[in-house]
Every structure is written in C-alpha cells, then in structure tokens.
Design a protein around this ligand. Structure first.
Ligand SMILES: C[S@@+](CC[C@H](N)C(=O)[O-])C[C@H]1O[C@@H](n2cnc3c(N)ncnc32)[C@H](O)[C@@H]1O
Length: 236
C-alpha cells in the first residue's frame, strides 16, 4: 500500500508528535481529549475503532477517557503506515496499555465484519482521505466503511482542521500558516506545504452533507475555541 500519502508519513513519522505539539502550541492534546469525551457511550463495555490512528494519541485519549468513567473498552488502532503504527506500539508498551491493538490496513477497505464497533474515531486524517490521489472519493469510501462497521446506534467522532470561519481567527491562521511553512521547510517542505494547503481547502459543510448521505443521523460539526480545529460527530 505504498500510496503517496503513506510515503509522505514515512518521511515525517519520527518528528510527527513533536511537530504536532509545536505547531498547535500543545492544543492538539486538548482537542483529542475533547473528541474523546464526545466518543463516550452510555454503556459499560464497548469496542472502538480508531481509523488512521498514526502514532496512537487519539486511541490513547479515547481509551483513557472511557477508563476515567469506569468503562471497559477495546480499541483497534488502524492505519496503513507501519512506521507510524510502530511508534504507537512503543508508546502503548511504555505506558503499559493493553487494551489497544494495532492493525495495518487502508481506511477505504477495513477487514472487519459489519456492525463490529460501537464507536469509530479518526483524528486529523479526513484531509488525507479527500486528497488521496490513489483513491477517488476517498472520504466517501471511508464514511461508507464507517457506517458499515458501526452497530446500529453507534457513534462516529471525527477530529480535524479547516480554515477558521471567524474573520480574525482566519487572518491569524493565514499569517501563522506562513510560519508553519517556514519551520516545516527545515523538516520536510513538501509535506508541510501539503498540510497547510489541505487545511485551507477543507470544506466542513461538504463533510456534513457527505456524512448525512452515507446514512448517518444527528450530524453535528462543532468548532473548537481555536477556530481551526473541529469535531464532526454523528450516529448510525
Ligand atoms: C495526520 S496523521 C493522524 C494521526 C493520529 N490520528 C493523530 O491524532 O495524530 C494521519 C494518519 O492517517 C493515516 N492515513 C492516511 N490515509 C490513510 C488511509 N487511506 N488508510 C489508512 N490510514 C491512512 C496516515 O498513515 C497517518 O498515520
């Protein structure tokens, strides 16, 4: 599965966590915690699939949030990039986490039976799905797979970034994206240019429409206070 995006993450995996925290002033941790809170279900035991899990931070946040409410969850951390998942594995074992299992594969065709999961989460990967050159309609394919894999009543929680709706936050984002491009050019220029471009281009309204056409109910997009991050959630 050596797609262009897969190769891109293999170029930056070693710096991925550090650059994430640096560029977001550590807000990414808070955003994942918010998404994790939205993923909580009113039952005691359930199964979660974290698609495009990368180095595992959203899977960890989701698992911790459930544990803090006394819930017992099993999490599959799913990604097509082995380098990213290997880093996740190291993290899980250092932290003594046993309820998260890694699985390698594409978000467009997930090898699990229909209705296998109560919750599906995904963090900062929608832009990869939209911009996959190897897969037309990648976002639609991911949404269709998520719908198929969720149990009836199950919840999907997606976290990502888009240009802020607010004028002042938008102006700040445009100025700050120049800093990201400059700093990113010392690490992997093309990748960070891709990151900034895909944030600018991401269409949240279209996402909401596609979620509804995939069959999801109660589609909700909530902008987080920074203006750049948002959580999209829905139920099957
Ligand atoms: C920006 S990282 C996000 C990682 C993690 N979710 C987080 O919160 O930091 C995007 C991840 O999506 C994965 N990815 C992108 N397209 C994918 C696809 N079609 N199938 C599976 N994984 C994919 C990449 O390998 C990468 O690990």
């Amino acid at each position: 599965m050596a797609t262009e995006i897969n190769r891109m993450f293999s170029k930056i995996y070693q710096n991925y966590d550090f650059m994430n925290h640096l560029f977001s002033f550590n807000f990414d941790k808070l955003w994942r915690r918010e998404a994790a809170k939205e993923s909580l279900l009113p039952k005691m035991r359930y199964d979660i699939l974290d698609v495009a899990s990368g180095t595992g931070d959203l899977a960890i946040a989701v698992s911790r949030s459930a544990a803090s409410k006394g819930k017992v969850v099993k999490v599959v951390a799913y990604d097509f990039n082995k380098d990213m998942l290997d880093l996740a594995e190291i993290k899980f074992s250092k932290m003594g986490i046993r309820n998260i299992k890694n699985e390698l594969g594409s978000a467009f065709s997930i090898r699990h039976r229909d209705g296998s999961f109560d919750v599906i989460t995904s963090g900062f990967a929608l832009r990869s799905f939209v911009n996959s050159k190897d897969e037309k309609k990648g976002l639609q394919k991911f949404l269709a797979e998520s719908y198929r894999l969720l149990k009836p009543g199950g919840r999907m929680v997606l976290l990502d970034m888009a240009a802020p709706d607010d004028l002042i936050q938008g102006a700040f984002f445009r100025a700050y994206s120049k800093v990201m491009l400059f700093v990113g050019s010392f690490v992997e220029g093309d990748t960070y240019a891709w990151l900034v471009r895909t944030i600018k281009e991401f269409d949240k309204k279209k996402l909401a429409r596609l979620m509804a056409s995939a069959g999801f109910k109660n589609v909700r997009i909530r902008n987080l206070p920074s203006g750049i991050a948002f959580i999209a959630s829905a139920e099957k």
